[in-house]
Design a protein around this ligand. Sequence first.
Ligand code: ADP
Length: 266
Amino acid sequence: SGESPYLCKANPLPDRSAVVSFEDQSRLEGSELMRRDFVANISHELRTPLTSLMGFIETLRGPARGDVDAHDRFLGIMEQEAQRMNRMVSDLLSLSRVEVDERVWPRDEVDVSAVLRSTIATLEGKLSDSGIAIDAENLTECFPVRGDRDQLTQLFLNLIENAIKYGGGDKTIHVGVKKVQRDQALRQAAIQVDIRDQGVGIDPIHIPRLTERFYRVDDHRSRDLGGTGLGLAIVKHIVNRHRGRIKITSEQGVGSCFSVILPAVG
Ligand code: ADP
């Protein structure tokens, strides 16, 4: 798929610490080499659970035939592997959808606070299961942007789910929204959403690559938590489509803050 015509608009941020703007790395994409890499990655990501499934089928037919305990255990694992493949395919479809949409700027006026409130509501079960509280700031005020409601929901869902997954010890996630009179990179008024956790944090060397497809800081951890490695790639494309930018600040052992900055209406 082609790249967005808006990608080169914003300047790289002057701050060179643990901050990255999407525009920087998007230029690297689109090359044939990266496309080939992507196909190789997908094949590998899908083959891993598939190989495991085939192994268990063989075991159930052979050595474990008639062993009821083993049957239950293996079927449980097989179900998890099938669910992983299912998530992977869903994320791949979402990714290709937002990539196709990227050339069109969504026109509807959407209240970011309302999207955040409904996103948090859909996560209620997951939040109480993991004993995590959301500390919300300003979500009763209206902050309009031009946007695609479903994609913005997916964007915030991915970021809050990551904050839950990698949130670590302290069980509070901060979700705040505010208006910025003039965002330097966007060169206009903006709505900024901050999603902050007090979890494992990210070593700054990884930050510029986080939004690449299948890039994970800790492969095992991500897989154990059911990650596909595509969540932030989807986030990046949704933000691009909305002509916004994302800023990631993080400190290892302290926590991370993912800020989404979108052009304000008006
Ligand atoms: P995954 O499915 O692996 O979570 P993502 O694309 O959503 O994939 O994220 C890519 C990687 O970025 C993750 O594997 C993780 O290492 C890191 N990451 C994302 N969000 C956070 C966070 N809030 N705290 C620490 N690390 C994070």
